[in-house]
Design a binder for this molecule. Structure first.
Ligand code: PMP
Length: 426
């Protein structure tokens, strides 16, 4: 009999890469666990690439979706839509952006694409500043601003993109710099770049680079950038697709680690808010949001069933203070993994904020990225019942750990023990 994997390969493009030599078919989930088609249970430390924000099978979310499905499933773009308005109101308030307007999309890609449409139209420029090693989506415009070569399948772009230093400094000339010196160097680099180019529309950045391997710039980098951008009238777009909703523990949004900078001009979100349902969106103050002088809709963006999921999931997150849980349990997990890493030669760095933890692996005794080691740890962890992710800018050599935000201390300990074994066995 032909396996599902073989059937997948026969009809799905080669560039849709699957994890594991023997890919997993996930059939159901509960809490922080998922089960495969053979009935094996896994502790889920990746949440379907950070889409499972609160937990699997949260009864409140399931109920809200089922009730909405029982009433009507459609696109209500042209009619009043109560769950959409209610979720927009909550997100507008939470965003910290004054006079905020919210536009819902079905993905992070579409959210960033919309942010680029707004920024380029508002500023009448198609020049965008993006960070090296960044990831912003898979559409024609968003691959054009994606600095991570592994995820940028074409060098053609409708935009002119200039890449800025700052998102990552694991390697290269900045690796040995103190935080302060690094920020100064990146600001000088930005100033120099702007001195040689025409007016850029916006700078787009992930507060913590997600696909890039969970790397963070020092706190305050974007505040320092902001002072330069403001002098030029350049907008700041924060891509919160991975960092939003309290995942980073100390802050509800990733940009708040740079809080002297104040709220961004444009904020994009997706992934976790729908807990697996396709909810993405853009927030901007009315002056920017309303700069388009023709109609623009998303047929499925803001559909009642996805909005019902978003509302119930956001309610659950706030009611159970899952941001606080991410800070507490994430802090313990980071400490535990740092202790493990100190005893394993291949671990170059364990870094993170809240429940967004990266473990960078190199060939022992060298500076060389080690994607084979990352792949081996992924396989070994899976064998022992733990799902994690991987990423990184210089090959895929970082492990990515991003469990649902309701992770318990006991589950954090269980996952850390499995990872410890996998790393020691390298
Ligand atoms: N921005 C960031 C920071 C992301 O991590 C991703 C997805 N990995 C996207 C945008 C694109 O989101 P989507 O896959 O929902 O289009």
């Amino acid at each position: 009999m032909t396996s599902l994997h073989d059937r997948h390969k026969a009809v799905i493009p080669d560039w849709v890469a699957l994890y594991y030599n023997d890919p997993i078919e996930i059939t159901h989930g509960e809490g922080r666990h998922v089960w495969d088609a053979e009935g094996r249970r896994y502790l889920d430390f990746f949440g379907g690439i950070l889409t499972t924000m609160t937990a699997h099978a949260v009864p409140e979310v399931t109920k809200a979706v089922a009730e909405q499905a029982g009433r009507i499933i459609h696109s209500s773009t042209l009619y009043l839509n109560r769950p959409m308005v209610e979720l927009a109101e909550r997100i507008a308030t939470l965003s910290g952006i004054p006079d905020a307007r919210v536009f819902f999309t079905t993905s992070g890609t579409e959210a960033n694409d919309t942010a680029l449409l707004l920024a380029t139209t508002y500023r009448r420029s198609n020049q965008i500043l993006a960070m090296r090693n960044s990831y912003h989506g898979r559409s024609f415009s968003t691959v054009g601003i994606t600095g991570n070569r592994a995820w940028s399948p074409t060098s053609l772009s409708p935009l002119q993109t200039l890449y800025v230093h700052g998102g990552v400094r694991t390697r290269g000339p900045y690796a040995q710099y103190s935080d302060e010196r690094f920020v100064d160097a990146c600001v000088a680099d930005l100033e120099d770049l702007l001195g040689h180019t025409r007016d850029a529309a916006a700078l787009i950045a992930e507060p913590v680079q997600g696909v890039g391997g969970f790397t963070s710039p020092p706190d305050g980098l974007y505040a320092a950038f902001r002072r330069v951008l403001d002098r030029h009238g350049i907008l700041w777009i924060t891509d919160e697709v991975q960092t939003g909703w309290g995942r980073t523990g100390d802050h509800f949004w990733g940009w708040q680690a740079h809080d002297q900078a104040g709220p961004p001009d444009i904020l994009t979100f997706a992934k976790g808010i729908g807990n697996g349902m396709s909810v993405g969106g853009v927030v901007a103050r009315a002056e920017i949001m309303n700069c388009l002088d023709a109609n623009s809709i998303s047929t499925f963006g803001g559909s009642p069933i996805t909005m019902a999921a978003g509302l119930a999931n956001l309610g659950y997150l706030l009611e159970h203070d899952l941001q606080g849980n991410a800070r507490r349990v994430g802090g313990l997990l980071l400490e535990r993994l740092r202790a493990v890493g100190a005893g394993v030669e291949a671990v170059r760095e364990v870094r993170g904020r809240g429940l967004m933890i990266g473990v960078e692996l190199t060939v022992p005794g060298t500076d060389q990225a080690d994607p084979a080691a990352a792949a081996a740890v992924l396989e070994a962890a899976r064998e022992n019942g733990l799902l994690i992710g991987k990423g990184g800018g210089h090959n895929t050599s970082s492990l990515r750990i991003a469990p649902p935000l309701s992770l318990t201390v006991a589950e954090a300990e269980e996952g850390a023990a499995i990872l410890e074994q996998a790393l020691r066995d390298l």
